[in-house]
Design a protein around this ligand. Structure first.
Ligand SMILES: C[C@@](CO)(OP(=O)(O)O)[C@H](O)COP(=O)(O)OP(=O)(O)OC[C@H]1O[C@@H](n2ccc(N)nc2=O)[C@H](O)[C@@H]1O
Ligand SMILES: Nc1ncnc2c1ncn2[C@@H]1O[C@H](COP(=O)(O)OP(=O)(O)O)[C@@H](O)[C@H]1O
Length: 287
C-alpha cells in the first residue's frame, strides 16, 4: 500500500481576469503547472470507522482543514454510491513545506491528494473526472491537482485543457506578508476586463498576471521582491500571491539568485512538472 503521498505546489504561469460573474466570482484564463516540491501526506486506510488527523495545521481548526473536509466528502459520496468498505477509516498526517495562502495551492493540493489517495486505498471506484468534480466544491484549484496534468483553465479554473509548457527551473520566494485571495478580488483597482483570447494566442504571448499590479501596489514587500527578482530573471506573482517566482533554464542559475536573497526571506528552488508528482507515484505503482 502506498502510504507517502506527494502534495505538490502549483504555479499560475499566467493569469488573466476576463470578467466578473453574477455571483461575484471572477472568470479567469490561467495556466497551471506543478512543481516537483510540496507537502507530503502520510495516509493509512484502516477499518476503525474513524478519520484521524494526526498533525493539526496551526491556525486551521480541524473541521476546516481541507485534509479532513476532503476525507469526509469522499466517505459521504462513496457511502451514497454503495462503494464504501465497511468501517472505512483512515489516519492522515501532513508534513507541511508550502506556505499557506501563498498562491501555491497548498491547501487545495492537500485536498486533492486525500481524494486520490483514499479513493485508491478504499477502492471506492471514482474516476479522476468524478473526483475533480467533487473537489471543486472544496476549492477552485482542487480539480487541476486531482487531474494531475499541467493545464490551461477557464471559468473559475475548473475547465481544464492539457498543455505542455516548458518545464523550467523556478526560484519561488515568499515576501513575508500574507495576501488574502478575497482582498485581491474585491480591490477596486483590480482590472477585470482583459480581452478573452484563444489558448494558442495566450501561449505565444508574454505571460502576465492581472493580480500583480494591485498586489504590488498594496504590499510594499511584494513590490520590493518583484523588483529585485526582475534584475535577474523574468518574474511574476503566482495566483493572488503572496509568492513570486522567477524562471531559469538551469537549477544552478536559480540557486545562485537564492544565495543572494536577503536572509529573512524564505525561498526554494524547484522544477516545473507537467505531470503531477502525485500521478507519477500512482503510475509507478501500477506499472
Ligand atoms: C485565483 C486563484 C488561482 O489559482 O488564486 P490562489 O488562491 O491560487 O492564489 C484560485 O483559483 C483561487 O481559488 P480558491 O483559493 O479556491 O478561491 P477561494 O478561496 O474559494 O476564493 C476566495 C474568494 O475570492 C473570490 N474569488 C475567487 C476565485 C475567483 N475565480 N473569483 C473570485 O472572485 C471570491 O470572493 C471568493 O469568495
Ligand atoms: N491543509 C491545509 N493546508 C493549507 N491551508 C489550508 C488547509 N486547510 C485549510 N486551509 C486554509 O486554506 C487557505 C488557503 O491555503 P492555500 O491553498 O495554501 O493557499 P493559496 O490558495 O493561496 O494557494 C489557508 O489560508 C488556510 O486557512
Amino acid at each position: 500500500m502506498i502510504e507517502q503521498w506527494p502534495s505538490p505546489a502549483k504555479l499560475n504561469l499566467f493569469l488573466y481576469i476576463t470578467g466578473r460573474r453574477e455571483d461575484g466570482y471572477h472568470n479567469l484564463q490561467t495556466l497551471f503547472q506543478f512543481l516537483d516540491y510540496g507537502d507530503t501526506l502520510t495516509i493509512t486506510a484502516d477499518s476503525s470507522g474513524e478519520l484521524k488527523l494526526l498533525t493539526p495545521v496551526a491556525g486551521v481548526p480541524d473541521e476546516q482543514n481541507l485534509i479532513v473536509r476532503a476525507a469526509l466528502l469522499l466517505r459521504e459520496k462513496a457511502a451514497a454510491r454503495g462503494t464504501l468498505p465497511a468501517n472505512a477509516g483512515a489516519s492522515l498526517a501532513v508534513d507541511k513545506r508550502l506556505p499557506m495562502g501563498g498562491g501555491l495551492g497548498g491547501g487545495s493540493s492537500n485536498a486533492a491528494t486525500v481524494l486520490v489517495a483514499l479513493n485508491h486505498q478504499w477502492q471506492t471506484g471514482f474516476s479522476f473526472e468524478e473526483l475533480a468534480a467533487l473537489g471543486l466544491s472544496l476549492g477552485a484549484d482542487v480539480p487541476v491537482f486531482v487531474q494531475g496534468f499541467a493545464a490551461y483553465a477557464e471559468g473559475v479554473g475548473e475547465k481544464l485543457t492539457p498543455v505542455s509548457p516548458a518545464e523550467k527551473w523556478y526560484l519561488v520566494m515568499h515576501p513575508g506578508v500574507s495576501v488574502a485571495t478575497p482582498v485581491v478580488f474585491n480591490d477596486p483597482l483590480l482590472t477585470r476586463d482583459t480581452p478573452y483570447r484563444q489558448i494558442n494566442e495566450l501561449l505565444e504571448a508574454d505571460f502576465r498576471n492581472d493580480c500583480e499590479a494591485v498586489v504590488r501596489k498594496r504590499f510594499r514587500e511584494v513590490e520590493q521582491l518583484v523588483s529585485w527578482l526582475l534584475e535577474y530573471a523574468p518574474s511574476r506573482l503566482t495566483g493572488t500571491g503572496a509568492c513570486v517566482f522567477a524562471e531559469f533554464d538551469t537549477e544552478s542559475a536559480a540557486r545562485q539568485v537564492l544565495e543572494l536573497a536577503p536572509k529573512e526571506l524564505q525561498g526554494f528552488v524547484a522544477r516545473g512538472a507537467n505531470v503531477s508528482p502525485l500521478h507519477r507515484i500512482l503510475s509507478e505503482h501500477s506499472s
